[in-house]
Design a protein around this ligand. Sequence first.
Ligand code: NAD
Ligand code: ZN
Length: 341
Amino acid sequence: MKALVKRNAQPGLSLEDVPEPEVGINDVLIRVDRTGICGTDLHIYKWDSWAQKTIPVPMVVGHEFVGEIVDVGSNVSDFKAGQIVSGEGHVVCGRCRNCWAGRRHLCADTAGIGVNRPGAFAEYIALPMTNVWQHDDSIDRDIAAIFDPLGNAVHTAISFPTLGEDVLITGAGPIGCMAAAVARHASARNVVVTDVNPWRLELAKQLGATRVVDVRTESLSDVQRELGMKEGFDIGLEMSGNADAFRDMISQMCHGGKIAMLGIPTEELAIDWNDVVFNMLTIKGIYGREMYETWYMMSVMLQNGLDISPVVTHRYHYTEFQKGFDVMLSGQSGKVILNWQ
Ligand code: NAD
Ligand code: ZN
């Protein structure tokens, strides 16, 4: 089968013929239909320091996908050929305390699809049945392909109740933009999104941000005054991984404000802890998606009218993968979909 492979320890990816995956007795074999390119895939493509210490080569990459089941292992009775499914990108151990307690997103022994085990940028992928999510028939295929990052956005955005609250989102990447749509769907009042990239701030508007802020030219305190906010943001969703953005957020929160932090800082990050202590802020780290409450919530919100379709800005055939990675690298894209049919 064809697959996008990190063949050698250097930048780039190659389209290669690799053996089809073997299907274990507990596995489901899926013919991949569409995939989304994630920031993680860009790290692997660029072969930065994180990728160098994390990815064994060769490795079939990619983890955002939708496809159709074509075969199941002998132990599998809940899935059958023809069903439209996506895969949860974290394969957990199933035996640690958190797994036993049903808190699988907190498993200490998590393997990542397309990171530590063969990924989804391929014609076929085999996954344990416990990692397979069956979609509603009505689901749009492009949206189904990006349930993994939509799940990051949903997991973060509904960490704290947003009904009537003023929400600050730092970072208008695809996940920050989807989080804006989710926060609006979940009845936030103001949803203010910051970035340093005007193209992406435009995208955030399309996804429902009530006010976008280019922090290079505008300050958040001025924006708060303009919006008549007197006491600071109630909820912060950190989606940039940028140290200045996070420091700015901490200084703009109300007393008792709650921050959910998805963005991965690329360096050590110092903050003013006095703000955290004296303003009694709560900071909660977010990793992945809750298995499978986040998946359930995503499905329900989409059925209830959540519209994230503007976040998909580019579509290519998998043979044109280079164009997809180039547009992602340019910063002038939302989600980029590769079609594997
Ligand atoms: P992205 O890199 O596409 O978006 C980040 C955005 O932050 C960019 O648009 C960038 O211009 C913006 N930014 C940079 N400096 C800024 C500043 N000073 N103020 C405001 N914005 C600024 O990333 P994404 O794919 O949307 O993901 C969002 C973040 O979440 C990334 O840090 C990513 O690594 C992280 N992530 C975490 C998990 C997890 O499980 N914790 C999962 C997926 C992604
Ligand atoms: Zn575990």
